[in-house]
Design a protein around this ligand. Structure first.
Ligand SMILES: Cc1ncc(COP(=O)(O)O)c(C=O)c1O
Length: 374
């Protein structure tokens, strides 16, 4: 969705408020390839691995990874999860993967690709993994090795699994051959920026053994990418350089973008912790405004604490092409870049539907001019 239609795209969480005109020349005029391991430059010199490592260290510090952080910039969060599942399965061939019914579809795909069994764990009404049910599954599959994929910000409602609780459960059951991968694609960075008293325990300090966050969701990189982090280089990685590239094959893909680390570093370092905290707070305020607006007009809607996501009963087709997701429950995700005027226009269209009237939209702010019915 480009240009003026951007305002209708409310169900898919890509921030659009940060842009990077200073990188235009390098983005469109230079070949960059961060092939293989970030810590090994390799034979090619046209890479941005030092920038990539700076991004990994910055995010590693945010999530409590410590000084030995390892990881890389992936093509997306799915690739990060695939890496974590493959790492766990390579270490333990009797691995069982556990994830909640609200986990992203990439978890099941990763388990299928490595041919590890997947156990789906039920969720509470908000979409959080049920730890009592997880306990029963873990006990039933003992003594097999464990990888629990916890979701921090589920796709549907932005529910946050209890990572500290999962680690405590594994301790309680004496499970030492274990991994906890945190899929924090959407909510990891905004939640990490909350004051300590409000911040859920979900990162390395809570027992995570790997974690992935998206770049194109909160950080507005405008092209898909993600950052995968481990607190240290996984044991057993083959660090022998490939003769062709001169770098170890420790990543899922060989060739990797050298441009996305530049976008990530521009987003992270130019705005800093305080800038990103402000962006997150603004999004939460807009989500609160959206929820209040929906309740005011009598439209059933919900929002979890700290979430950017407001879920609502799906409307019948509206006069304008609002994108609220393909499920029975619709979503408005108030990512940075979503404007209050767009929410007002959507509320006007929903009010019209409630009243059974035809609404002639009034253009306001950056909303497209005229009636864009189709
Ligand atoms: C929780 C979660 N995990 C993973 C993903 C997948 O990310 P990607 O499409 O970048 O692979 C998404 C994307 O919506 C997500 O919401």
């Amino acid at each position: 969705m480009t240009g003026p239609d951007r305002c209708f795209n409310l169900a898919f969480p890509g921030a659009t408020d940060l842009t990077f005109p200073q990188l235009a020349d390098v983005m469109t005029g230079t070949l960059l390839n961060n092939v293989g391991d970030p810590w090994q430059g390799g034979y090619g010199s046209n890479h941005t691995k030092s920038v990539e490592i700076a991004v990994l260290r910055w995010l590693g510090e945010l999530f409590g990874a410590g000084d030995d952080v390892w990881g890389y910039v992936t093509g997306g969060a799915s690739e990060g999860t695939l890496h974590a599942v493959d790492e766990a399965f390579t270490a333990h061939r009797d691995l069982v993967v556990y994830a909640s019914a609200a986990a992203h579809y990439s978890v099941a795909k990763a388990a299928r690709l490595v041919r590890a069994p997947l156990v789906q764990v039920g969720v509470d009404p908000d979409g959080r993994m049920l730890l009592d049910e997880l306990r029963q599954h873990l006990a039933a599959h003992r003594p097999r090795a464990v990888l629990v994929v916890a979701t921090v910000g589920t796709t549907e409602r932005e529910a946050v699994d209890d990572v500290a609780g999962i680690a405590a459960l594994c301790d309680d059951l004496g499970i030492t051959r274990r991994r906890i991968h945190v899929d924090a694609a959407l909510a990891g960075i905004p939640l990490a920026l909350l004051p300590a008293a409000d911040r859920p325990a979900f990162d390395f300090r809570a027992g995570a053994t790997s974690l992935v966050v998206s770049g194109h969701k909160f950080l507005s990189t405008l092209t898909p990418c993600a950052v995968l982090l481990y607190p240290r280089r996984p044991d057993g990685q083959d660090r022998q350089p490939i003769s062709y590239t001169g770098t170890a094959d420790t990543t899922i893909t060989g060739s990797r973008s050298g441009h996305t680390p530049l976008l990530l570093s521009a987003a992270l370092f130019q705005h800093g912790l305080d800038g990103h905290r402000r962006r997150a707070e603004q999004s939460r305020r807009l989500a609160e405004y959206t929820l209040e607006g929906l309740h005011r007009i009598g439209w059933p809607a919900q929002r979890l604490p700290q979430a950017f996501t407001v879920t609502l009963n799906q409307p019948l087709p509206l006069p304008r092409p609002w994108v609220l997701g393909g499920d029975r429950t619709g979503r408005i995700i108030c990512m940075p870049g979503v404007e209050r005027a767009w929410i007002d226009e959507l509320l006007a269209d929903l009010t019209t539907q409630l009243c059974g009237r035809v609404h002639i939209p009034v253009s306001r702010g950056s909303f497209p001019r005229g009636d864009s019915r189709r």
